[in-house]
Design a protein around this ligand. Structure first.
Ligand code: PFF
Length: 447
């Protein structure tokens, strides 16, 4: 086992896994897809999916890591029965993290830029806000590369410290800080009339608005938001102390992740309804609609905007750390590299591909990085959402549900969850989760 990296404390693990789960998916994506798909009914489907499928898979992935005690590939290999060692190839799901980072880090870079704008001056009309975002997105590749690099360097610095002094320490500070900011914003939003509207928009379901597409997005997002199927949670769980309760930890992480998504949604929609925005504008929600609202509030609004973007950056960076660690641990454990070398090469790899991703959306540079009508950015995001993460989730469900002996699984969980809950969980892992993934994959192929 990886000596330099160390082991988590229990709190350190829960906060670090929460840091992995809580990311741009919660603060940027969840509110905007909730807006696009009409609110309440979508949120309901999302909550049910998290409970029935997401949390079960999260616990299953933790189980593999905790039993295996090794990097992602070696953990699968170690636990597979002697005649099925080919399962080690499932461990290569760890590379999905680097793929995600090629665009995730670029988006974190945009947030840094908006932190700067919050101080320097925010756009005051929707038209100018669109212009500001477009100027960054499509016309400023080198500025984007600069901010992308800052994100890469931050993540690399934390990873160099290993599990204990890098990852755990960072999350022990940043996750409470993130909660503090979001709760502060929520308390502030409680004073608005818009708050009641936000509550009813998010929690009063109108099932006539629920489309098949909305259901697919809700299921897909439940995987993404919990960081399932790419070996991140597995790799963190490999550094758990022997007697940890992964059932409790899994529920806690799923709960925190959901709570933070709901708080972020409530805050954003309260501002939006209070100041006359519309919720269904898509990905531009936090980069176009919100800045205009903050700008209306003058200096106070600038302060709130800055704090809001800091929260988003923190959420993104703590997830980013978990996206790269699986590759680093693999290179250390399997190939015997020292941590420094592993961090350097993995960072360099996704940094460079990230530069191509930026070119793929920049006017004047995009031609070599466009495939048909899709930019490299779109292609990678689509591959992750519709293929790589569901595949990872599927492999985890099959491995824990069918390949691992039932006694092994029971020995890890039965003492913590009791018989009935265990049966429900095991049923979910063997039947519901794999079927949900097949449903996702089938629908993704149709699009
Ligand atoms: N869960 C993160 C989010 O919601 O933004 C994204 C993510 C992080 C996905 C880590 C996968 C992962 F392993």
């Amino acid at each position: 086992m990886n000596q330099q990296a160390g082991k988590f404390s229990r709190l350190g693990f829960v906060l670090s896994a929460t840091g992995a789960a809580v990311g741009l998916g919660n603060i940027w994506k969840f509110p905007y897809i909730t807006g696009v798909y009409g609110g309440g009914a979508f949120v309901m489907v999302y909550l049910v999916t998290i409970l029935l499928i997401g949390a079960s898979l999260l616990i299953a992935e933790m189980l593999i890591g905790k039993r295996g005690q090794k990097d992602c590939v070696s953990s699968f290999e170690e636990l597979a029965p002697p005649d099925r060692k080919g399962w080690k190839y499932a461990g290569f799901m760890l590379f999905t993290g680097l793929v995600i980072m090629t665009f995730y880090s670029v988006v974190i870079g945009w947030i840094f830029y908006y932190m700067y704008l919050a101080i320097a001056g925010l756009p005051t009309t929707i038209e100018s806000a669109k212009g500001t975002f477009d100027a960054l997105y499509a016309h400023a590749p080198f500025l984007q590369i600069f901010f992308h690099l800052i994100s890469v360097l931050f993540v690399a610095y934390v990873l160099l410290g290993g599990i204990k002094k890098g990852i755990e320490k960072t999350n022990l500070i940043l996750i409470p800080f993130l909660l503090f900011i979001l709760l502060g914003l929520l308390v502030y939003a409680l004073n608005f009339d818009g708050f009641a509207k936000a509550v009813s928009f998010m929690f009063a379901p109108d099932f006539s608005k629920l489309s098949a597409e909305a259901i697919i997005r809700a299921v897909g997002h439940s995987f993404f938001t919990l960081s399932i199927g790419i070996g991140s949670i597995l790799t963190y769980a490999a550094a758990l102390p022997k007697h940890s309760n992964i059932y409790k930890a899994g529920l806690m992480v799923a709960f925190m992740d959901t709570l933070i998504a709901l708080i972020a949604g409530l805050v954003i929609f309260s501002f939006l309804f209070q100041f006359g925005g519309t919720p269904d504008k898509g990905p531009g929600l936090v980069f176009v609609s919100l800045p205009v609202i903050f700008a209306k509030l003058g200096t106070l609004g600038q302060g709130i905007a800055f704090i809001f973007f800091v929260a988003m950056a923190v959420a993104g960076l703590t997830s980013a750390i978990s996206l790269v660690e699986p590759a680093v641990m693999y290179l250390e454990d399997r190939l015997g590299w020292v941590r420094k070398k592993a961090v350097l090469w993995s960072s360099l790899l996704y940094f460079l591909i990230g530069v191509f991703v930026i070119f793929s959306i920049s006017d004047g540079f995009k031609a070599p990085f466009t495939f048909g009508t899709k930019s490299l950015f779109d292609v990678l995001e689509f591959a992750v959402d519709s293929f790589l993460m569901p595949l990872g989730g599927f492999l985890i469900a099959i491995f824990v549900g069918y390949v691992l002996k039932r006694e092994v699984v029971e020995s890890e969980l039965l003492g913590h969850m009791g018989n009935t809950v265990f049966k429900i969980w095991y049923f979910s892992i063997r039947f519901i989760a794999p079927l949900a993934v097949l449903f996702l994959a089938y629908n993704a192929l149709k699009v």
